[in-house]
Design a protein around this ligand. Structure first.
Ligand SMILES: Cc1cc2nc3c(=O)[nH]c(=O)nc-3n(C[C@H](O)[C@H](O)[C@H](O)COP(=O)(O)OP(=O)(O)OC[C@H]3O[C@@H](n4cnc5c(N)ncnc54)[C@H](O)[C@@H]3O)c2cc1C
Length: 380
């Protein structure tokens, strides 16, 4: 049997793509290396995503509308989201649910690590390491296999070398850390991360605490250890996890017969490392373009054009923010000071929750600009 589309990788991007394709009557196989995979991830997702993809309430372990930003000198700015919340999910459950939706829509799910992809006639042959699975044939491919995408390598997509290495530890609640159970906390502190940030994300029965860095000269485990010490946790974690986060879209993530979505395409925003939203949105947009391509012969490039049109301004804005403020503790101190401004909070939350850049009135922009200059000069 030859499938219309093979989706490689069953994380959020691949599962959404497979569901959209199968719902449209496209014969689809989803190949996931490990159906019990636990993706290392903070699992923070915005309200806009929960609404758009109708994520069931039981998967949202916490709805958090309070957030704290902490500066290198220990200054704390507490922020409130009046019109929304950050949802906390646990990836092992979340990914399983998304894959089950793809299966329900009619996609065939196969377990196997893809080890090679070759061109054959007008399609592809995909070989996995699972002896029980015969080579799979498909006319088109969607590569959704994460930051170290085998699909991208096999099909010679442009390289994507800019990656944060992030680690996270899970701590069961004890009376000492219960105080973190209803607030998102972000640490902008060079001792915790020299070029990214540290996070404390509360889940139903544990805290997920992590940090990351792009700078290979730093020892990630040592940064995480210092973070845990600074928070004051003395108990041991029950789980350690680590993975790469791509921090820049590939130069191109579309070919004539194949596309990349999610982390495989590098679709994670700089500065905050947010990837689940963009994985699911790119999975959906990519699958829609694939359907049009198969049914009406429209070019697959439409997917990349549409994604960039919608989200390039957000990626650009966050890249500028990271370059401007994440370089040293003096700049981080200024950044946290600016977060105290109500207008800054409003713009941040509006764009985070629904990923829409709503330009503030000129007077507000000028006020924020002046405050930026003031804090940058003053260094706090
Ligand atoms: C420590 C950490 C914390 C994070 N926290 C957040 C957060 O709080 N919020 C947020 O929005 N983002 C977060 N991210 C980023 C987020 O996890 C990713 O952007 C998101 O998972 C991307 O989804 P994806 O489906 O594209 O890729 P993935 O989730 O990586 O899924 C890829 C899938 O492909 C499978 N696969 C890989 N290779 C093969 C192969 N050769 N054959 C078959 N299958 C294969 C894998 O098993 C996996 O299931 C975090 C990342 C890390 C590392």
């Amino acid at each position: 049997m030859r499938y219309d589309v093979a989706v490689i990788g069953g994380g959020p991007s691949g599962a959404v793509a497979a569901a959209v394709l199968a719902k449209a009557g496209i014969s689809t196989v989803l190949i996931e290396r490990n159906l019990d995979n636990v993706k290392p991830c903070g699992g923070a997702i915005p309200l806009g995503l929960i609404e758009e993809f109708q994520i069931p309430a039981e998967l949202i372990e916490k709805k958090l509308s309070r957030m704290r930003a902490r500066s290198p000198k220990g200054r704390i700015i507490e922020m409130h989201m009046p019109n929304g919340y950050v949802g906390m999910v646990r990836r092992e459950k979340f990914d399983r649910y998304l894959r089950s939706e793809a299966e329900r829509a009619g996609a065939v799910i196969v377990e196997g690590l893809v080890k090679s992809i070759s061109h054959s006639g007008d399609g592809f042959v995909i070989n996995t390491l699972n002896d029980k699975v015969a080579p799979l044939r498909a006319r088109k491919i969607i590569g959704a296999d994460g930051a170290n995408s085998k699909t991208a390598d096999e099909l010679h997509f442009p390289l994507n070398e800019l990656k944060v290495i992030a680690m996270q530890q899970r701590f069961k609640y004890t009376p000492a850390i219960q105080k973190f159970s209803d607030i998102v906390e972000i640490w902008f502190d060079g001792e915790v991360s020299p070029d990214f940030y540290g996070w404390i994300f509360p889940k139903a029965d544990h805290l997920a605490i992590g940090t990351g860095t792009e700078d290979k000269r730093h020892n990630l485990k040592a940064l995480q250890k210092r973070f845990i010490e600074k928070i004051g946790i003395t108990d041991a974690p029950y789980l350690d996890e680590a993975a790469k986060i791509p921090m820049k879209p590939r130069k191109s993530f579309t070919q004539e017969k194949a596309i990349l979505v999610g982390d495989a395409a590098g679709l994670v925003t700089p500065a905050n490392g947010e990837g689940i939203f963009f994985a699911m949105r790119s999975g959906k947009l990519g699958a829609q373009a694939m359907i049009e391509h198969i049914k009406n012969k429209t070019p697959l490039q439409n997917y990349e054009k549409e994604f960039r049109k919608l989200y390039a301004p957000i990626f650009f804005g966050l890249e500028v923010l990271q370059a401007a403020y994440y370089r040293n503790d003096r700049l981080r101190e200024s950044f946290v000071a600016i977060c105290a401004d109500d207008d800054v909070q409003q713009i941040t939350f509006d764009s985070y929750l629904y990923k829409k850049m709503v330009p503030a009135p000129w007077s507000t922009q000028m006020k924020i600009f002046s405050k930026n200059i003031y804090h940058l000069i003053k260094g706090c």
